[in-house]
Design a protein around this ligand. Structure first.
Ligand code: SD4
Length: 322
């Protein structure tokens, strides 16, 4: 992944606190309190909100939703929620999903326009309908009927960047767009209940109607309350064709620790694609029921956040280079 200036600055600021993850040694919590893990340094604020939500006595699904809402509301995060990058037509279309570990229930929205908190709409789909996924105009109509507030999602800065991008079209290589930083947040509470969520504006300047991995159960997120959870960030096309998050949970089910499971899934994708790992942008975080966690990916700049009652850290995942 090419880092844009915002990403580079963010990483530099976080660099002092980045903790390297050593090899396959997934971590085991010394104490069984709650643990939250999320993609990218901006996931730290989200995880902290999740922990605060649990401390108020709310459940792990509430914690996941409330954490992700922090990222969705932050206009400085230019790939999630308000301030997210628009599609090629200059319209912000958001994708999100949420999954409950104990029940395996899930909700999802894709191509949602005009609503700043797709994670909450996804949760409502899970709770109030017989369905798992709503898309486009149907998702927006459902959000309206459920009383969600609308908001202008396209910031002036994003509009300006889009106009500049549009003026440069057609690009010889349209894939070389740096902006793709989704939040996937996974959590386990003190009783071992798990949940996860994922939210994104998707690839910048995507074709209108394009859906990536993030709202797809098994693609950008999967949670099995008996085993563990995984979430993804990167180029959705390279993740969803391998059911990346589901694959990691299955690897954990067969005995791998979260780090080894993430690494094996990334290697599977790299082998399947037969092209350099550095071109793929596939990155995962995972957490198991015992509170072990880990991450692996192909992006040099990929980092993830971990929060417990005793720690709040940005971690460096295992980098898969071949
Ligand atoms: C997508 N996977 O829409 C998302 C983008 C992303 O980090 O993850 N960004 O393809």
């Amino acid at each position: 992944m090419t880092l844009d200036r915002r990403q580079f600055t963010g990483l530099t600021a976080a660099a002092a606190m980045v903790v390297p993850q050593t090899g396959d040694a997934a971590e085991l919590r010394a104490d069984p309190g709650p643990l939250l893990i999320a993609t990218w340094p901006f996931g730290l604020a989200a995880c902290k909100q999740s922990l605060a939500t649990l401390r108020k006595g709310e459940g792990i699904l509430d914690a996941v939703e409330q954490g992700i809402r922090v990222t969705e509301a932050d206009p400085a995060v230019d790939s999630v929620g308000v301030g997210g990058a628009p599609n090629a037509a200059g319209v912000v279309q958001l994708d999100a999903c949420i999954m409950d570990g104990p029940s395996r229930r899930a909700g999802s929205v894709a191509g949602l326009e005009g609503y700043p908190h797709p994670i909450s709409v996804a949760r409502r789909v899970m709770q109030r309908t017989k369905h798992v996924m709503l898309v486009g105009a149907g998702a927006a109509q459902f959000a309206a009927e459920q009383g969600f507030a609308t908001q202008q999602l396209l910031t002036d800065a994003q509009r300006q960047r889009w106009l500049e991008w549009k003026a440069r079209q057609p690009l010889p290589k349209p894939a070389a767009i740096p902006n793709h930083d989704t939040i996937a947040l996974l959590g386990v509470d003190a009783e071992g209940r798990m949940a996860g969520g994922c939210s994104t504006s998707g690839l910048a300047y995507k074709l209108p109607g394009r859906v990536g991995d993030s709202p797809l159960i098994g693609g950008g997120l999967y949670v099995d309350g008996d085993v563990g959870a995984a979430g993804a960030t990167g180029i959705g096309e390279n993740i969803l064709r391998y059911c990346g998050s589901f694959l990691i949970v299955e690897f954990m089910r067969s005995g791998l620790d979260p780090t080894a499971a993430c690494r094996k899934a990334v290697e599977r994708i790299v082998q399947g694609e037969r092209r350099p790992a550095a071109d793929l942008s596939v990155n995962f975080v995972a957490l198991d029921r015992r509170g072990r966690f880990g991450a692996a990916g192909t992006d040099q700049g990929f980092r993830y956040a971990v929060v417990t009652k005793d720690r709040a850290e940005i971690m460096q995942p295992v980098l898969v280079e071949t």
